[in-house]
Design a protein. Structure first.
Length: 644
């Protein structure tokens, strides 16, 4: 199989390992430095029949160029679309990356008081990392960060470049998240020897590579490992509860100060746990709900400790938004006020870079979101880059934070092995995003086969675990199963339903939407008395294809479908429908198939982020809803964009 002889034993070992320690985003502070390792790395895909030549020949022991030909590969980026080679585009198995870096001497000299950490924002899907030939970390999962303390390895050779080697495997199994399977085509009359394909049950291209920034950063040897913050508030006073964990000593002291955006200290505290009281707080508000959305204080945490007579100090500054979230049987409340999700589902996806983080693209997307009047998105169908999440916090874009539990369809994906891994992924996700004010709800999966009997215990367990890790946020998963058959819905706080009336069901029949959508909402509400989000609805449109009367795939059909859905949303949002998220923000790449024309075309923007006609329909609607429901000053209410 695709590197299977090497991959499977690793997966068996790796599954179920609980996420240990913190995963604070690396920031420059008075006690910490960071060095970006983006740019060109050496790269080779292992095309050997078993995809295992790299391990057999120990490519990590020597510079990669000495073990065979290499090409330049940009990081961060997916590798698939970078070359003209179709076999790399569709490659399955191990690929190898390598970078040589010279570290500043001040990181390496003298005492051992500086800790050097190598951190990957994400790499898809299974990673093994060596530094100077020594294995430092293995990580399973494509969308979450991992890191290794490499101090002891790099300190031995100051002035010599250190060699970072990464082996990465994009093979999916029934037990990975997302799941997949390798299928061998054994009919020798139809397929060449050893021919196999990877089957996936999700609708986006399985891009692979080092997708997010790789950085080296330093901390003192005794350091702030993690910070957890939760907030409560009334009109005139807010409480910020904090917990700080320190690694390396027990004899440290901790002091905290919370500053407002003018730099004024509004509260102070000390010790590893406590509460800060903020009078007349500036609350964190969503975009379009307040004239100053996304307000964040800065929590400066300072740790001091004496090690062998030397005073060590570590400082970390965490942005903190003060806000509350509550769910009733009909409403989603942010800071006690009803919040209606008028937003989108996205993908991390673009030409050439695939799922690699790309600042111009990220900024363009946020500008489009705000142009659209969108106040929210779901991170369909995996956690997005921390840099994107930072901007959600800063701009007040509300997030339903989804784990990579997409395409859980095979019965074997509901077994204990998958379950244990799913719990670990939730731990990693919450560890990363727990302090983000923009994240108002966790989504543990998208469209699993939640009608299957084992789904009941599976989702009961995953959701209970998620709530135990973070009691401050509601939890959901997104379903497309009939209300009467779904076995996971009893455990969610908010019902999130996907439906494609007039597209996958009754294609071409827009006239069925009002009845079918009304019935959908009424059935779900009657069964559960929980608020409902239409978490996906949409229609493909090929940009520039027109037809009147509207026919499928034309821009007019996409617009007409929107209008039919919206008329029902407008009735039901007076009752218990609390949101609508279009599928999709932009066209995106998928596996090839007879229903996909160079990818999924349900975007209201093209893959190059140009608006289709539907974008204007949605823009008018979102601004109208925002104006009706907000108490913003008139200047903002009159469509003037307030971009920060
Ligand atoms: C869905 C999935 C999404 C697909 C979409 C579609 O229900 O959740 O991943 O891309 O439908 O367009 O088929």
């Amino acid at each position: 199989m695709a590197g299977g002889c090497r991959l499977l034993p690793l997966l068996l070992l790796g599954l179920g390992t609980a996420a240990a320690g913190g995963m604070l985003y690396p920031r420059d502070t008075p006690s910490r430095e960071r060095k970006e390792l983006g740019g060109l790395w050496s790269f080779r895909a292992d095309f050997s029949p078993g995809r295992d030549a790299g391990f057999a020949q120990r490519w990590y022991r020597r510079p990669l160029r000495q073990t065979g030909p290499v090409i330049d590969m940009p990081v961060p980026s997916s590798f698939n679309d970078i070359t003209q080679d179709p076999s790399l585009e569709n490659y399955i198995g191990w690929v190898w990356y390598e970078k040589e870096v010279l570290l500043p001497l001040r990181w390496l000299q003298g005492d051992l008081n500086t800790r050097v950490v190598l951190r990957f924002g994400s790499a898809h899907y299974y990673s093994i990392v060596w530094v100077n030939g020594v294995q430092v970390v293995e990580h399973e999962g494509g969308h979450l960060p991992f890191e290794a303390d490499i101090s002891s390895i790099v300190k031995g050779s100051p002035g010599v470049p250190c060699r970072i080697t990464v082996a990465l495997n994009n093979t999916l199994t029934p037990y990975t998240l997302p799941p997949g399977s390798i299928q061998y085509m054994n009919d020798k009359t139809r397929y060449p020897k050893n021919y196999f394909v990877q089957n996936i049950r999700f609708d986006f291209f399985n891009y692979a590579g080092i997708h997010r920034p790789v950085v080296l950063y330093t901390t003192p040897s005794v350091y702030i490992d993690d910070i957890t913050v939760t907030t409560t508030s009334s009109q005139s006073v807010a409480m910020v509860q904090y917990q700080v964990s320190v690694v390396g000593s027990t004899l440290y002291s901790l002091s905290l100060s919370l500053r407002d955006q003018e730099g004024k200290v509004v509260a102070t505290g000390d010790g590893p746990a406590g509460e800060l009281k903020v009078l007349n707080p500036n609350l964190w508000w969503p975009y379009l709900m307040h004239e100053n959305p996304g307000y964040r204080y800065s929590l400066e945490v300072k740790m001091q400790v004496r090690v062998n007579g030397v005073l060590l100090e570590d400082v970390y500054t965490l942005p903190v938004g003060i806000r509350t979230v509550h769910v009733t049987s009909t409403q989603f409340l942010i800071n006690g006020r009803p919040f209606y999700f008028h937003g989108v589902n996205k993908h991390e996806d673009a030409d050439i870079r695939g799922k690699g983080l790309d600042w111009p693209l990220v900024m363009k997307d946020f500008n489009l979101l705000r142009w659209l009047g969108a106040n929210s998105f779901r991170t369909s169908h995996y956690p997005y880059a921390e840099e994107i999440m930072d901007l959600c916090d800063a701009y007040g874009i509300v997030v339903i934070d989804e784990c990579p539990g997409v395409g859980i369809k095979m019965p074997e994906s509901f077994g204990n092995k998958s379950l244990q891994h799913h719990l670990v992924v939730m731990e990693e996700l919450i560890r990363r995003d727990k302090n983000r004010p923009s994240v108002v709800m966790w989504s543990v999966a998208n469209e699993p086969a939640s009608e299957l009997p084992p789904a009941a215990n599976y989702f009961k367990t995953v959701i209970a675990h998620t709530k135990a890790l973070d009691p401050s946020r509601p939890v959901t998963f997104v379903t497309d199963v009939n209300y009467a058959l779904d076995r996971g819905a009893p455990y969610v706080d908010v019902i999130c339903v996907n439906s494609y009336f007039s597209w996958y069901h009754d294609p071409g029949h827009l006239e069925v939407i009002p009845l079918q959508l009304t019935t959908q909402f009424e059935n779900w509400y009657k069964a559960y008395q929980k608020p409902i989000i239409q978490s996906e609805y949409g229609a493909d449109s090929v940009p520039g294809l027109h037809s009147d009367p509207p026919l499928m795939f034309s821009e007019e059909y996409q617009k007409a479908m929107l209008r039919e859905y919206h008329s029902v949303f407008d009735k039901k949002r007076k009752e218990y429908v609390i949101g609508e998220l279009i599928w999709n923000f932009a066209d995106f790449m998928t596996n090839q198939g007879t229903t996909r024309v160079l990818g999924n075309k349900k975007g209201i923007f093209t893959r190059q982020r140009q608006p289709k006609s539907a974008a204007f329909v949605l823009r008018e609607r979102y601004w109208k809803i925002a104006n009706e429901s907000s108490c913003l000053p008139p200047i903002i209410k009159s469509h003037s964009l307030f971009l920060k």
